[in-house]
Write a protein that binds this ligand. Structure first.
Ligand code: TMP
Length: 211
């Protein structure tokens, strides 16, 4: 069996993270593997406070400050939550991680990717996810789902071009490191998406499918 794994789930807003997190949870339960579910920005008391600020449409924040706050929350999260769990042999699944900073602050907000890489190296050293499940939907599907959400957060209020850049950046990163990413088209029947996620996890953990 592999040592404790760090798995992240990412994708543009409206890509179906909540539904598919439940699928991942069920898979871990089925296989009786110890796992901790967490999220970014957030995951610690400080991180959750930063999350409220970052998602609040009233917050006035510069683009660089926004980027730094994402990494500030992340540093605390890694140190207080992620690494301690992994060191105890508990797998960790994070709802978003550094790919989101590349996609939203880099792609969406035009912060140079090389600056994000510098912060990534400073905050994380060589620590990276073992596997990233990237949920992908066409832009229209994402925008439709966002429109249906009751109250839009600060990111969901962005216009279509912003999300086009976000999606493009995610896909570009996945294409560059195919061994680290499972790109899953989540614009399909829920059961088909679930099968793909289960197969991805079976393959990653080298386990037989559970019938
Ligand atoms: P969500 O977890 O409900 O998707 O909301 C988090 C929002 O924060 C989402 O719109 C993406 C955004 N975000 C960034 O812009 N940069 C980041 O590094 C992270 C983790 C999230």
């Amino acid at each position: 069996m592999k040592p404790a794994q760090f798995i992240t789930l990412d994708g543009i807003d409206g890509a179906g993270k909540s539904t598919n997190l439940a699928v991942i949870k069920a898979w871990f339960e089925q296989h009786n593997l110890p796992v901790l579910f967490t999220r970014e920005p957030g995951g610690t008391p400080l991180g959750e406070e930063l999350r409220s600020l970052l998602l609040n449409p009233e917050t006035q924040v510069s683009l660089r400050t926004e980027t730094l706050l994402m990494f500030a929350a992340r540093q605390q999260h890694i140190e207080d939550v992620i690494l301690p769990a992994l060191n105890e042999g508990i797998h960790v699944v994070s709802d978003r991680f550094t790919d989101a900073t590349y996609a939203y602050q880099g792609g969406g907000r035009h912060i140079p990717l090389s600056d994000i890489e510098t912060l990534e190296n400073w905050v994380q050293g060589s620590f990276r996810p073992d596997l990233t499940i990237l949920l992908d939907v066409p832009l229209e599907v994402s925008l439709n789902r966002i429109t249906r959400s009751r109250e839009k957060d600060r990111f969901e209020q962005e216009e279509a071009e912003f999300f086009t850049r976000v999606r493009h950046t995610y896909l570009q990163r996945a294409a560059k490191h195919p061994e680290k990413y499972a790109v899953i088209n989540s614009n399909r029947e829920k059961g088909d998406v679930r099968n793909d996620i289960e197969q991805t996890l079976n393959r990653h953990f080298q386990l037989e499918p559970k019938l």
